[in-house]
Design a protein around this ligand. Structure first.
Ligand code: SF4
Length: 160
């Protein structure tokens, strides 16, 4: 019995160490209530906010499924889609969108914020484009589309 008490106490201690966004709140006389807290809260704060509750149970965040890579047909002209760019995050964010790593690194300062989630399947010419390992065309963005940055060298340096 003492062992069970220790386990229960350990579980409560864990709940107090961790904050969660998403909770089930259980009541003695009605259906459980699903509540989202922003900012995230600990077990004791959640119970304090719902004094009629008998228990509160965190709901684990479910991350979106990783994107399954599959061959993407090349556009028939020289453009590429973000799906064909090594800078498009493999994993989706919590909002379900894939982010551009080049934008996050600040490499697209004039066209995108650092949180940029581009439309993935629209062919374009982009100065941040990087070929995927299996792309037979190994040219950099500046070699493909020098008109995007007229004063840049193929290495990416703007002449003085
Ligand atoms: S660098 Fe350009 S082409 Fe590549 S993912 Fe970002 S926006 Fe799309």
């Amino acid at each position: 019995m003492g062992h069970l008490t220790d386990l229960a106490q350990a579980a409560i201690d864990d709940l107090e160490r961790e904050r969660h966004r998403h909770w089930w709140i259980h009541f003695p006389d009605r259906e459980p209530l699903e509540v989202i807290f922003a900012p995230e809260q600990t077990h004791s704060v959640v119970l304090a906010l719902y004094p009629m509750a008998v228990a509160a149970e965190p709901i684990p965040d479910v991350l979106p499924e990783p994107v399954i890579s599959r061959p993407v047909p090349l556009p028939t002209d020289d453009r590429r889609t973000c799906q064909q760019c090594a800078n498009l995050d493999h994993q989706r964010g919590r909002d379900g969108f894939r982010r551009c790593a080049a934008a996050r690194r600040g490499e697209l300062p004039y066209i995108a914020s650092r949180d940029y989630s581009p439309v993935p399947d629209v062919p374009k010419r982009c100065e941040g484009f990087a070929p995927m390992p299996d792309d037979p065309d190994r040219r950099t963005d500046r070699e493909r589309w020098p008109e995007l940055i007229p004063n840049a060298t193929p290495e990416g340096n703007l002449p003085p």
